[in-house]
Design a protein around this ligand. Structure first.
Ligand code: NAD
Length: 383
């Protein structure tokens, strides 16, 4: 029998609730308490999930509760401070992305976690989709041939009107980067995971479509804002970014990142064009892998244990024909993190299915290199 992990979660907003759902699907876990500075929202979540202990001050929770793992689901500006306190209190930490607002902060967290010997995970959840993991296996075992070129996109439309507003617009809460750090980071993590190599150099153009945006009554995250205009503000972080990238092996790629593309909801797509065939995955049809061929017909592989490679089989949690999707990948990532605590493999330097703080720190460096490249209008090395 495994040791039951005592879990605490900070930040019960949109993504915090998804963490709670996913944790509940993992055996040998016990959600001991949740914390949020918004008392009303906290109460609603506690009631919905049947969680007895709640705290409006997460520090009190860290002090009083018997905890193994903390999930940090607060807005990005709070990640650095809260992750630091969690590590210093000796708990394992699973943090939302982006890991911090700067690579200086994320580097500090990597060093601190090493010092305290705790396991670290960053929720780059798309790499945990079984078909993304299958893509990685097929590249690693040579089935797709040598990668010739890669491309990808992460396109959304929830900020396409100048009246759309969210905390991510405020650099103090979301950081100097928005589209790149909010969704580009997922794209970079997924492609690096699939290829098994890092982005080392970028040439990027970060674009602000609306230099000035409007605040409206009732406008908020993912909500169409139809209310009266109450204020205007200067936009300081990018809506869109076009990124050319070079990888360790010399491989090159292009990524299109945008939060203003009408009709695109959560359009993450990645394509690796290999010398034998190309592999392509679309997040919105996440139970399929498109296999592009030159001399015979293209194939569409539907997720099913029987068709997947090696260890990836166990991440297809339902039989073929029962689409496995976003929530399943989310659970896979958290499960992989907990497994590394149970078998203590988080202490090893080798390959991990989930993203640890070191991987998330490299993503911070990519984002900063993209912003720098956009300023100097040329190639910039990462890190
Ligand atoms: N992995 C993903 O796919 C994904 C998707 C969405 C958001 N995120 C990340 O998750 C984080 C949260 O985003 P969200 O969309 O859930 O935001 P949100 O605004 O819906 O939720 C944030 C919650 O944190 C709480 N909070 C703020 N400051 C706090 C503090 N000091 N102590 C305790 N609670 C505090 C807020 O009251 C709110 O309930 C962000 O970093 C974002 O980048 C990741």
């Amino acid at each position: 029998m495994k040791k039951t992990l005592n879990i605490a979660l900070i930040g019960t907003g949109f993504i915090g609730k998804q963490h709670l759902e996913a944790i509940r699907r993992i055996p040998y876990t016990n959600i001991v308490a949740i914390a949020d500075c918004n008392e009303e929202g906290l109460k609603r979540t506690a009631e919905a999930f049947g969680i007895e202990k709640t705290y409006t001050d997460y520090r009190e929770m860290l002090e009083k509760e018997d905890i193994d793992v903390v999930h940090n689901c607060t807005p990005s500006a709070m990640h650095y401070e809260i992750n630091k306190e969690v590590i210093k209190s000796g708990h394992h930490i699973y943090s939302e992305k982006p890991l911090t607002l700067t690579s200086e902060e994320s580097g500090e967290l990597v060093a601190l976690a090493k010092e305290y010997g705790v396991a670290t995970g960053a929720n780059f959840n798309y790499r945990n989709n079984a078909m993304v993991r299958e893509m990685r296996e097929r590249i690693k075992n040579g089935e797709a041939g040598k990668p010739l070129v890669v491309h990808g996109a992460y396109l959304q439309d929830w900020l396409m009107f100048d009246t759309d507003y969210d905390w991510r617009m405020d650099p103090k809460l979301g950081g100097n980067s928005r589209a790149l750090s909010d969704i580009g980071s997922h794209c970079f993590d997924t492609i690096q995971f699939v290829l098994g190599e890092k982005i080392t150099e970028v040439n990027a153009n970060a674009i602000i479509i609306y230099p000035e945006r409007k605040k409206t009554e009732g406008g908020g995250t993912f909500s169409a804002s139809a209310g009266k205009v109450t204020d205007t503000y200067k936009v300081l972080n990018e809506d869109v970014a076009f990124v050319m990238a070079k990888f360790e092996s010399g491989l090159q790629g292009f990524f299109n990142i945008s939060q203003v593309c009408g009709g695109k909801k959560n359009g993450l797509e990645i394509n690796v064009s290999g010398s034998k065939e190309s592999l392509e995955w679309h997040q919105e049809q996440s139970d399929r892998l498109h296999i592009g061929k030159r001399e015979t017909g293209n194939e569409e592989l539907f997720m099913g244990e029987a068709y997947l490679t090696g260890e990836v089989k166990r991440f297809a949690t339902l039989p073929n024909g029962h689409p496995v999707g976003w929530a399943d990948a989310f659970r896979n990532g958290i499960l992989s993190f907990y497994e590394s605590i149970w078998d203590e493999s988080y202490k090893n330097n080798g390959f991990k299915w989930y993203a640890d703080f070191e991987s998330a720190h490299h993503i911070m460096k990519i984002i900063e290199a993209c912003l720098e490249s956009s300023k100097v209008k040329g190639w910039v090395k990462v890190g």
